[in-house]
Design a protein around this ligand. Sequence first.
Ligand code: PMV
Length: 342
Amino acid sequence: FELNSGSVSAKSPSNIALVKYWGKKKNQIPTNSSISYTLTNSFTETELKFSPKTTENFEVEVYLEGEFKESFAPKIITFFERITAYIPFLNHFKFEVHTHNSFPHSSGIASSASGMSAMALCLVQIENLLGANLSEENALKKASFLARLGSGSACRSVYKGLVEWGENDFISGSSDLYGTKYPDAEIDDIFKTFHDTILLIHEGQKSVSSTVGHNLMNGHPYAERRFVEANDNLKTLLPILKSGDIKAFGELVEHEALTLHAMMMMSNPAFILMKPNTVAALEKLWEFRRETGKHLYFTLDAGANVHLLYPEQDAKEIEVFIENELKQFCQNGNYIKDKVSF
Ligand code: PMV
């Protein structure tokens, strides 16, 4: 390579799935299609420095929030091993990764999607610096492909808006290998105003890693049914997105979240990822919705935190309710106000 050192950087947001990815085949191929909202305020910023290397092995040093993290390098090296066939320069340079999350490490918000996406975006930039000449469209597609190999859901963080991942026969261009942006023109404007306020019910490490979680779907008695249902749910969601039917949207999204948790409760070994305050918050939310008719819905990740989804038109009243009634269920009263990004 003509260039022997340099530095690139990228910023990538986190995402929250509406139809969940849960279960994978080898090479990070998802067992069903999924779709997520890309967020705004929860993001990772990464600077990747490269310089001449000194040994034959992959050489990586990772700094999180300015602090050297010896234990993080093996994760990046595993990622490098997986993608080395697609990125020829990985074993040619020594790398320094300087990364920063906008959300606290202990918050229970996963940084793998935003982190792997930011890293992948850095790598394609280096590829272009070294002369690959990828168009913007191809660079993003490749970044999404690489991000998937770091953490499946990370492939959906490369684009704004709603991003779909997983090959199916009803979204043209859909692929198991990378995420694709679902066309903004197919989405009613109301869904572009959504807030995602994250109740931090339980800060700290998740009790089941997503690697363990996906593996629980192997041999799971309900797995095949779940994979069919997830694809059906995505297919059902598309006309809802077009029509602006918020109620149908909310019902489908809540069902998806509870199904994800139900799958874990029915797996062997079983996991209950909700905490008592998760359940308390959901009950309060349902009561509020029954009484006010406001469009407040939830989704869940593989953890105890609650993502509150609501459109801008109802935000004022809902945010008073969150402050007065839901905040009490958050650890130290902490929640994160985020929004979808379009
Ligand atoms: O990308 P992973 O392997 O961390 O899996 C993420 C799985 C869920 O967050 C639970 C669902 C999803 O589609 O993002």
